[in-house]
Design a protein around this ligand. Structure first.
Ligand code: FE2
Length: 376
């Protein structure tokens, strides 16, 4: 981030400079070892609907790839056919993980020009892929680690997802998942503010919230976090870094296994968390549990809520309140063998926060799991 324009330098960190005009998150793409298995997991486990496929049968000789949707949330899982593929190199280092967080914009050329002029590192210059369904335009820059932000313009494209993809429709039993709420990145000790500046200066985001190690610490470990958001507020990216603690922080464990900074969790919104979590638990999705004592003081801590407290307790759902309302959330165990990426399920009832009141109970529960893995 060597080059910064004078306008963004003078802009307070809490103000955006919305030159990217991002509409929304277009998709999140995982590089995995076996795309067919990953597709089945999101389909049968989380209730995402498979909608498109690219692979040998569609003329793609490099990788197999499936697109799945739940509400407006769109995931892509891709796996290489041969060790010469860059997907194979990525998978060898990181295991299964998020490679791309793509955003829909009006103009991929302008998005690339503005971000690279402000010091963003280009992954590819604006390009057009054409087939019988139209023109699919993208450009891309690097964010933390090897993760990319791909800018997507599908205004002139009418096909299934992108060129080489064909419809791959399967019936899915929805678990009520509706949209991506936020995506969190883990970066190294001392690097959080660099990435906050990146989102502010290169991407035009503003800082929404900050949590320091007093908010997020347990007896053993700590972390710090700042939340960056775009102009229309639809894209929210918290950035975490480890803080000094007596033992290994969960962020350090992530970095030890992912080997570089990367996406830590995707929070997916539901309109009915009790129904969603009941459904997901039945399908074998594993969630973290906080001690029962959490629920003894819950009514006192959050006041009255619409949901049945017994159901909340039975399912292990967490609740937090802020000035504008409350939110309900729960965190999965890591969704691949390495203790890296996990999923959050969230229901907002007015609250715009991230569950600050749950951090301590939650991190003690994560540490219990770290201990079991021999990584604390
Ligand atoms: Fe979260």
């Amino acid at each position: 981030m060597a080059i910064l324009d004078s306008k963004s330098k003078s802009r307070p960190i809490t103000e955006e400079g919305d030159f990217l005009q991002i509409k929304s998150i277009d998709h999140v793409r995982f590089y995995v070892g076996n795309a067919k298995h990953a597709m089945y997991y999101w389909w049968k486990g989380f209730g995402f609907k498979p909608v498109a496929y690219s692979g040998l049968e569609t003329g793609n000789r490099e990788f197999a790839s499936y697109v799945l949707e739940a509400g407006t949330a769109r995931l892509v899982v891709s796996a290489p056919y041969a060790p010469s593929s860059p997907l194979a190199a990525h998978h060898m280092v990181h295991g299964d993980g998020v490679k791309v967080i793509a955003m829909e914009v009006e103009d991929v050329e302008q998005a690339w020009r503005e971000t690279t002029a402000r010091g963003g590192k280009s992954a590819w210059a604006p390009r057009e892929e054409k087939d019988e369904f139209g023109i699919f335009r993208t450009s891309a820059i690097y964010t933390y680690g090897e993760t990319l932000h791909v800018f997507v313009d599908r205004g002139d494209y009418k096909g299934a997802f992108a060129p080489t993809y064909r419809p791959f429709e399967r019936k899915a039993e929805s678990a009520g998942l509706a949209a991506i709420d936020h995506i969190v990145g883990n970066v190294q000790l001392g690097k959080m503010n660099d990435w906050v500046r990146f989102y502010h200066e290169v991407m035009g985001f503003r800082q929404l919230l900050a949590f320091d190690d007093k908010d997020i610490s347990t007896e053993y470990s700590a972390l710090m976090s700042k939340v960056m958001t775009n102009g229309n507020g639809r894209v929210k990216f918290p950035i975490n870094e480890p803080a000094e603690g007596r033992k290994k922080s969960q962020i350090e464990e992530y970095l030890d296994y992912y080997l570089t900074p990367g996406a830590q969790h995707i929070a997916i919104a539901t309109g009915d968390i009790i129904k969603t979590v009941t459904e997901l638990r039945e399908r074998g999705i594993e969630f973290l549990r906080v001690p029962d004592t959490y629920y003894e003081i819950l009514p006192e801590r959050v006041g009255s809520i619409k949901e049945d407290l017994k159901a909340i307790h039975d399912l292990g759902i967490l609740v937090d309140r802020d000035d504008e309302g409350y939110l309900l959330q729960i965190f999965s165990r890591p969704i691949q063998d390495r203790p890296t990426m996990f999923i959050e399920i969230i229901q907002r009832r007015g609250a715009k926060g991230f569950g600050k009141g749950n951090f301590k109970a939650l991190f003690e529960s994560i540490e219990l799991e770290q201990e079991r893995r021999g990584n604390l």
